[in-house]
Design a protein around this ligand. Structure first.
Ligand code: AP5
Ligand code: MG
Length: 210
């Protein structure tokens, strides 16, 4: 099964992808995580991406398309995958078509902007394994440490109020039009992303099984 999780920054794409990928036994592929790993390792692509990520802008298409193409060529993708954060505009969606990727369903997780701001302000991430947390909605059982690997919990550099606002604008201007694109293709399923994390997972699984 090849799926796309679409939604605003903070809509819960990563949170749901982390859970649903285990239920479906396919990898969750986050282009944001791939880019952050490249920035952390100081690769050429990572250094080039840094200024865009820190400003809340999209990294240039050719760079992110190459990263995605390399990732989905790996053997663990042979039975499918969940794409979290890709495509982000029409030209990335067209790149998927050119690669011959046939998407089964696009799950659009809808959350209003005011809730997004609160979610991203309280988000924490493991600096070692990348697992996601929230100070009130999804705290780690180990306090300031990751409950999976014991790594330190950090705040993402792009989770500052100004950059969150810029990312939301980029989402509404460039990514949201993909909803019409995939609706026209008969592939869009809309799920309300407000409420309990477990309840949202149930709704996602229900649309996948429908
Ligand atoms: P990326 O890492 O993809 O960031 P994003 O799209 O801004 O989305 P987030 O990761 O912020 O949100 P999410 O929807 O995953 O929410 P989460 O589950 O964490 O991209 C970062 C940057 O990389 C981009 O700005 C861009 O520069 C670049 N980039 C990436 N892909 C690119 C591409 N294709 N092209 C070009 N550039 C690209 O949840 C948020 C918080 O809320 C968490 O704390 C979580 O615990 C909590 N939470 C989740 N669900 C709930 C709930 N139901 N109730 C309460 N709290 C909840
Ligand atoms: Mg994410």
């Amino acid at each position: 099964m090849k799926l796309i999780f679409l939604g605003a920054p903070g809509a819960g794409k990563g949170t749901q992808a982390e859970i649903v990928c285990k239920l479906l036994s396919v990898p969750a592929i986050s282009t944001g995580s791939i880019i952050r790993d490249a920035m952390k390792s100081g690769t050429e692509a990572g250094l080039a991406a840094k200024e865009y990520v820190e400003a809340g802008n999209l990294v240039p298409d050719e760079m992110v398309i190459k990263m995605l193409q390399d990732r989905i060529a790996l053997p663990d993708c042979k039975n499918g995958y969940i794409l979290d954060g890709f495509p982000r505009n029409l030209s990335q969606a067209q790149a998927l078509d050119r690669m011959g990727v046939i998407i089964d369903m696009v799950v659009d997780i809808e959350v209003p902007d005011d809730i997004i701001l609160e979610r991203l302000a309280g988000r924490r991430m493991c600096g070692k394994c990348g697992a996601g947390y929230h100070i009130t909605h999804k705290p780690s059982a180990k306090g300031e440490k990751c409950e999976l690997c014991g790594g330190p919990l950090i705040t993402r550099e792009d989770d500052t109020p100004q950059v969150i606002r810029d990312r939301l604008k980029v989402y509404h201007d460039q990514t949201e039009p993909l909803k019409d694109h995939y609706h026209a293709a008969g592939k869009l399923a809309v799920v309300a992303g407000t409420g309990d994390i477990g309840d949202i997972t149930k709704m996602v699984m229900a649309v996948l099984e429908a």
